[in-house]
Design a protein. Sequence first.
Length: 620
Amino acid sequence: MRTTLTSIVLLFLSFQAFAQELYIPRNIVKAYENNTRSLDGKPGKNYWQNSGDYKIEFNVNPTTKVVSGNETIIYKNNSPETLKSIVVRFVNNVHKPTSPRAAKSSKDFLSDGLTIKSLSVNGKNYKVDSEDWETFYELKLTETLSANSTNTIKIEWEFPLSKESGREGQIDETTFFCAYAYPRISVFDDYNGWDKLPHMGRGEFYNDFNNYDVSIKVPKNYIVYATGVFQNPEEVLQPEIVKKFKTSLTSDEIIHVATQEEIKKKKVTKQNASNTWKFKAEDISDFTFGVSSTYVWDASSIQLKSKRVSTQATYKAGTPDFEKYVEWTSYSVKWFSENWPGVEYPFPTITGFQGFADMEYPMMVNDTAIPDNFADSRQTVDHEIAHTYFPFMMGTNESRYAFMDEGWVTAFEYLIGEAENGKEFNDKMYTDFRVKRYINDPSTEQDQPIISMSSQLSGMGYGSNAYIKPAFAYLALKDMLGDDVFKKTLHHYMTTWTGKHPTPWDFFYSFNTGSGQDLNWYWNNWFFSNNYIDLKVNSAIQSNKNLEMIIHNVGGFAIPFEAEITFEDGTILKKHFTPDVWKNGNFYKAQIEVSQKVKSVKIDGGIFMDYTPNDNLYNL
């Protein structure tokens, strides 16, 4: 009993040390004090999060390009606080001329935005003027929502699809992608209260985990593709199409569920004036759908360890890369499940939709066709599907900390790319597309700490902090810990926070616990510094069979590197160094045993490209 108690005390003190070594904002400190989060990287004993059951009826009018609907939200206030207001979020109000945006917008991007026809909370009607709404609106309540209560919110609304499509809107006259197409209750959490960050078009999202029961009414000949499980194929599809669709759910072969000829001859949907398509999804962070009367429909499925996943694609007939989408999607789902992160794809389906966004949604991706570059197109598929894990399994706050999803996904994109294309091709593609943008841009904003709030950054500063710098941090950590420990640690973090809302500090402390190591020096180096990538060979001296090198980490980031030692006879010895060599400072003295006279020493970071590569070679 005494030994166990001592161990617990020492463990607690070690976690206190972790906390003291990293800067923690005051609101996060308060969460630890309230025991909603724990210094061992786990949810605290008082952890809570809110959620809702959304029953939504959509109606899409292809003539007016208006989406209308009504929804009933059973909102669970699981917090210990009485809520005097609710924050309703409608992302697509970014199209309103009066809403703030991160970039200039064209006339075709702008629209009138959301119109609220009615809104009630627990049976009490509220008169609201949605003309005042931006991407969120705080509704003051006359009757509060008590702690640990279940509440009913009803909203009737409509909005126009923007003519200029990106993440959502009109793809063409017959095809629409309806993302963020309904008002939702914003996140109320334990460290910020109501999420009131405006969506300004560039940043991403933060949502509760909800259940969705959705119906979508469209005219005949329009096919609907959506998040969740398709509930009523027999009610909306003609028998031959139903047969092909159901075959795809158990087949490894690619089934052309709806061909161009069948679509032209109106042999796909039931020929009622309109059809209502139904979908259900549970414990997910968003719902989205697309509709088209002209796109073809391919489908197959892939067997994973515990289930078979439906893989689908819809696109304009004759688009070369999208003709490969089902094949690529199946490979990606299986590879991610079995390799990195090595966690089974959690959803029953995934659909690729040809649009203009290169954007992820639960169980759907909206991608641009890249018909002249299959490698780039496939990389996009991989990247967006990897988002299944971050943020759709791990409910991270992308709006504030984009590195918690984009960084991981960019790392996974690199890892699967090597499996698909080989190391040499993949490294070149990765450095050309990702790394050179970062390392060759001299702007000071590039070197802001990764922990900086994403919403406070702009331009390439945002892109570097969200994508390549954190991806490098994760890949370098993989190199330092080794694959086995790194995967065990990653799984510990994912298992602990799946379906919850981790902060960056939850991630840091979870990795400390999962790895059994104090990695705070590493987190400080990569996430709380103004470091960049730049190594230099300060000196190299040979004495008999001993080569002594002093490497200066000018930029500061703890990266792996390889020393390439060339002997006078032309032979080469290579030695790998992990990021651990930078634990105690920015100078590292390496002692290497050599068998003959050394001509030169060169250091190479591989994909970790150096800002000043000219000082990476030292001639003896």
